[in-house]
Design a binder for this molecule. Structure first.
Ligand SMILES: Nc1ncnc2c1ncn2[C@@H]1O[C@H](COP(=O)(O)OP(=O)(O)O)[C@@H](O)[C@H]1O
Ligand SMILES: [Mg+2]
Length: 266
């Protein structure tokens, strides 16, 4: 049997504070993700989603479990995935072009070559004409595009996106979703996408994982077998609404638990 692109086996994390207190933040989490899928992860705030991505990216050590990419154990290795952090900021002193080629530069690609690769992509993905501007001159949506392009250009087969559109208004967000689907189609990546927006999760994804309150485990795994390409109007279709209703019911149970945890925590 072929290996999965990404496999998580009982991955968990317990944080230990300076005073020795422990916080079980995540897990055990199991996921088996085939190549080229678009996977969304939805869960209540504080359930461990960013922790999970930090572990998969190798930035944070897990407390338990194992991670495999193409069947090879990769726990604790960095550089295996492209990762756009929840608060991934562009460097304000670098132009958009220089920001976008950052990942390539880190890999040792000469700047000129990196720029040659980036420029056509900036043009194709709606940032043409803004190459030499600075982040402060761009709208929120454009900045997120630049940050996403930077992540894609880092050229890993697995891309982790932690709430990339969380701060955008609804209309910009819809545009960005279309844009991301195009990018995914063009580059054939496996994408893991964290969002708190269930419409967004279902609309974009092949599969949606719904997590429990902290410590986050997988409560539900939904297969989204809506046909592609998808058009934004699909969110009002019967099959979409059915999936959404089921997913929201599951999520709201966990959100209530998370709320209770917050309000009783010392
Ligand atoms: N470095 C840390 N030390 C202790 N607790 C942490 C640390 N980072 C996160 N946590 C706690 O772990 C839980 C999960 O956090 P996080 O992964 O950021 O959740 P999410 O991204 O789902 O909102 C939260 O309760 C958070 O307060
Ligand atoms: Mg988070």
């Amino acid at each position: 049997m072929d290996a999965y692109k990404l496999e998580l086996e009982s991955v968990g994390k317990t944080y230990t504070a300076a005073d020795g207190k422990t916080v079980p933040a995540l897990g055990p989490v199991e996921m088996k993700i085939p190549d080229h899928r678009f996977i969304s992860i939805v869960g209540p705030s504080g359930c461990g989603k960013s922790t999970l991505f930090n572990i998969i990216s190798g930035l944070l050590d897990s407390s338990e479990g194992a991670i495999y990419v193409d069947g090879r154990r990769v726990d604790g290795l960095t550089g295996i995935t492209g990762y756009m952090l929840q608060k991934d900021l562009l460097l304000p002193w670098r132009t958009i072009l220089d920001n976008v080629i950052l990942g390539l530069e880190i890999q040792g690609v000469p700047r000129r070559q990196a720029k040659e690769r980036a420029l056509p992509l900036l043009a194709k993905y709606g940032l043409g004409g803004f190459e030499h501007q600075y982040p402060a001159q761009l709208s929120g949506g454009m900045k997120q595009r630049a940050a996403l392009l930077r992540t894609i250009l880092y050229d890993r087969e697995i891309i982790l996106l932690d709430e990339p559109f969380g701060a955008l208004d609804a209309q910009t967000r819809t545009m960005m979703q279309e844009w991301l689907l195009d990018l995914w189609d063009d580059f054939q990546k496996t994408i893991l996408f964290v969002t708190h927006d269930m419409d967004e999760a279902i609309y974009l994804s092949d599969e949606v994982y719904i997590m429990t309150a902290r410590p986050g485990t997988i409560k539900r795994h939904l297969t989204i077998d809506l046909p592609r390409p998808r058009k934004p109007q699909i969110v009002t279709s019967e099959p979409f609404m059915k999936l959404k209703e089921e997913a929201l019911k599951t999520l709201s149970e966990e959100t209530m638990k998370a709320y209770a945890q917050e309000t009783t925590a010392g």
